[in-house]
Ligand binder design. Structure first.
Ligand SMILES: Cc1cc2nc3c(=O)[nH]c(=O)nc-3n(C[C@H](O)[C@H](O)[C@H](O)COP(=O)(O)O)c2cc1C
Ligand code: SF4
Length: 462
């Protein structure tokens, strides 16, 4: 069975030049926003019901209105193209297929917010996408489509936290990806207010020396692509796709125990099972045992796979749609191993600014390793449960909540696997890896082999 594909942000054929993009209706969204003015543009996005595709599903209109209303004289817009969520490859696929729509969405954000400078942040390792984006930005600027708006493409580090919006701003400012305390609409790019003791930056050209908070909007690649299409085609068109509560499309990545890994755009509300069936299980006699929506949310069991792809349905099922990256595990997998490997990922990637997060993810990982390797006891489970209760205390960012959801849900949904390990009787395969994607080549997912050698201080073992 194949799912019904849609081609809103993922055109069937890549857009290779500015001329092709304009011929396909590009630039209309920006023109329409300029006709409407900032408030009416936000109102159109609100009518359309566009929600963020970076993970949390936050409404774009609410975010932009908040940034517009926040105290500050300078505003910035940022495109988050860090795409660090394991099992996710949709932003790179969108940028490869059509970077112009994302630049247009960002230019609309800049127009609405009155920003004179915008940033597109990508990992330095995303070389094909960076080349595509830089070439497209040059074409758009040379054609005079964005006036004197300055569009900078920033090359960032491999760390998972690079994609966290408060860390992303730090990277754009030239620092390590360590999340700061306050959200970007309160403490934005190049803010000079010396709040809570962090380093104040020299004012940017054209800024005065008084304190500046510089409210900033950070949006995901797919979100900004959607913005361009909504403005070009109108809120009613957008609402003709998807469901009443979840309009539009969603771009899903499917990896793991599937015959062909890949990325597909479908209408919101499509049952997850239909998307998964398109990619087929690896072994013909296998059934799906578990699906992880990234490492951000609770695991889904086989019985939950008919869930429609909407933020509401996923929340009602006690999980989250996240960035719609689905990691599939078939009935041969040991879920203790999955929990141990992915908990180690979060431990390694935690930056350690909040002690309960680094210590807690480390303690949970070590107890999971004990159970996985046969030296665990009932006390290991108690230890895990204790740390799950406090790991997110005083957290600057959401990473330790991911640990709670990931490990807590695997413990609840697959107690038999833990029981088997504690009694020394597990016969399942132990083969989980971190599905941090480098590429998907002709249906084959290429994972970052370096990740498994990364240590908790962000150095790499030989
Ligand atoms: C640990 C961590 C990693 C994240 N990585 C990404 C990422 O790679 N790309 C992304 O768009 N959002 C990522 N996010 C979410 C961003 O913080 C932010 O919510 C998002 O960029 C907002 O865009 P949206 O409103 O358009 O969804 C991450 C969040 C956390 C806590
Ligand atoms: S919660 Fe964890 S990952 Fe996030 S800033 Fe604190 S220590 Fe770093």
């Amino acid at each position: 069975m194949t799912v019904s594909r849609r081609e809103v942000v993922l055109p069937a054929r890549s857009i290779e030049s500015l001329a092709e993009w304009v011929a396909a209706g590009g630039a209309k969204g920006l023109a329409r926003a300029r006709e409407l003015g900032p408030e009416a543009t936000i109102a159109e996005l609100e009518r359309a019901g566009v929600r963020g595709r970076g993970g949390a599903g936050f409404p774009v209109a609410t975010k932009w209105r908040t940034v517009l209303g926040a105290v500050g004289r300078h505003r910035y817009a940022v495109c988050n193209g860090a795409e660090g969520e394991p099992g996710t490859f949709k932003d790179r696929t969108i940028l490869r297929a059509d970077p112009y729509q994302v630049i247009e969405g960002l230019a609309i954000a800049a127009y609405v917010l009155g920003a004179r400078e915008v940033f597109i942040a990508l990992k330095a390792s995303f070389e094909p996408e960076r080349e595509r984006v830089i070439a497209a930005v040059t074409e758009v600027e040379q054609a005079g489509l964005v006036g004197d708006l300055s569009i900078a493409v920033v090359a960032g580090p491999e760390e998972y936290l690079f994609g966290e919006e408060k860390a992303l701003l730090e990277v754009i400012e030239g620092n390590d990806p360590l999340p700061r305390w306050l959200p970007p609409y309160v403490h934005g790019l190049f803010a000079t207010a010396p709040q809570l003791g962090w380093q104040a930056h020299e004012p940017e050209t054209g800024h005065s020396r008084r304190q500046e908070s510089n409210p900033t909007a950070v949006n995901n690649v797919e979100t900004l692509a959607n913005v361009a299409h909504v403005l070009a085609n109108g809120a009613s068109w957008y609402r003709s796709l998807g469901t009443v509560a979840a309009p539009g499309t969603v771009v899903c990545t499917v990896v793991g125990d599937v015959k062909r890994s890949g990325v597909v755009e479908v209408e919101c509300g499509t049952p997850l099972r239909e998307v998964l069936e398109t990619f087929e299980t690896l072994r013909t006699d296998a059934t799906i045992r578990a699906v992880l929506p990234g490492v951000t949310n609770a695991v889904l069991t086989e019985a939950q796979l008919d869930i429609p792809l909407t933020f509401e349905a996923f929340a009602a099922a006690g999980t989250g749609l996240g960035a719609a990256g689905f990691i599939v595990y078939d009935d041969s997998v040991c879920m203790v191993d999955v929990a141990a490997v992915l908990s180690r990922f979060l431990y390694v990637e935690s930056c350690g600014q909040c002690p309960p997060c680094k210590l807690g993810t480390g303690a949970i990982t070590s107890a999971l390793d004990d159970i996985a390797t046969g030296s665990g006891t009932d006390a290991s489970l108690e230890h895990i449960n204790h740390w799950l209760g406090v790991v997110a205390d005083g957290n600057r960012c959401y990473l330790p909540v991911e640990e709670q959801q990931l490990v807590g849900s695997i413990l609840r949904s697959f107690p038999e696997d833990f029981e088997a390990h504690l009694r020394g009787r597990c016969t399942r395969q132990h083969r989980a890896v971190v599905p941090k994607l480098v590429d998907i080549l002709d249906g084959r997912a290429v994972f970052d082999a370096q990740q498994m050698r990364k240590r908790p201080d962000w150095t790499y073992a030989d």
